[in-house]
Design a protein around this ligand. Structure first.
Ligand code: HXC
Length: 257
């Protein structure tokens, strides 16, 4: 499979996707989101892959959805084509996805990062939803996800003015998991992805499902779901191996299924 807008590689059990439209600071056009979904489909199906890493360039993770592509769109067309509908598939993936962000993560670029399970940021990263300055609003979940992460006051502050925040403010308010020096970003993120990929696949995917439940329903429903998943984990060989290895004082060797 060849891609025009991405570089797609495999490093051990990690699938690495690098957004690659340098002439447009990785602005996300239809082709890019389609290719990203194809690459993620492949990793999702591949039993050798346990975690996916999505990154951009040193200057930009992605500077937004492609304004040049959107400028002439009209409502009936966006509605009939369900414009942005395919973006949501990124958030529906079952294997974990880490976003490694350096430089600009703006508009749809920030929304894409927020669809990933967590963000590791370079100290050069800047995050913002500047759509209001273009006379539009975010549409790929950015308003919902940012507000849940940072609360109403800071979300309003950012959304209504379109201001962006640096990596350290993003870490303080819970948008990013951690900040690392820009020249160590890929190494740190890859290390994290390899660690995740080495865990039990079932336990990792169940954890992702449980965490996602936090945003989807009531606390009571979430607690019940989490407990049921915990009970189900005792049906897996990985549970026997993980707990057995602890008791035997050896390193666990988890299966791939
Ligand atoms: C299309 C873009 C782009 C974008 C940058 N480029 N962002 N093209 N869509 N979102 C292009 C520029 O037109 C330019 O191409 C080239 O990339 C380099 O950009 P410069 O502006 O020359 O770079 P710089 O001066 O370093 O400024 C960087 C920047 C600025 C601050 C990030 O590019 C910028 O403000 N970009 C737009 C950010 C934005 O508004 N994003 C939200 C988009 S709306 P040429 O050909 O001129 O050299 C959105 C809606 C989401 O995302 C809805 C749901 C998904």
């Amino acid at each position: 499979m060849t891609y025009q807008t991405l570089l797609v590689e495999q490093a051990g059990a990690v699938g690495l996707v690098t957004l690659n439209r340098p002439e447009a600071l990785n602005a996300i056009n239809t082709q890019l989101i389609d290719e990203l979904n194809q690459a993620l489909d492949g990793f999702e199906r591949d039993p050798a892959i346990g975690c996916v890493l999505v990154t951009g360039s040193a200057k930009a993770f992605a500077a937004g959805a492609d304004v040049k592509e959107m400028a002439t769109l009209c409502f009936p067309g966006t509605y009939l084509d369900d414009f942005l509908g395919r973006w949501d598939r990124v958030a529906q993936r079952r294997k974990p996805i880490i976003a490694a962000v350096a430089g600009h993560a703006l508009g749809g670029g920030f929304e894409l990062a927020l669809m990933c399970d967590f963000i590791i940021a370079a100290d050069s990263a800047r995050f913002g939803l500047p759509e209001v300055k273009l006379g539009v609003i975010p549409g790929a979940g950015g308003v919902q996800r940012l507000t849940r992460l940072v609360g109403r006051a800071k979300a309003m502050d950012m959304l209504l003015s379109g201001r962006s925040m640096d990596a350290f403010e993003a870490e303080r308010c819970g948008v990013v998991a951690r900040v690392v020096p820009a020249d160590e970003l890929l190494e740190e993120a890859m290390d994290s992805a390899q660690r995740i990929a080495a865990q039990s696949r079932t336990a990792v995917m169940m954890l992702k499902e449980c965490v996602n439940r936090v945003d989807e329903g009531s606390l009571a429903e979430g607690l019940r779901f989490e407990r049921r998943m915990f009970q189900a984990v005792f049906a897996t060989p990985d549970q026997k191996e993980g707990m057995g290895a602890f008791i035997d004082k050896r390193k666990a060797e988890f299966g791939k299924a």
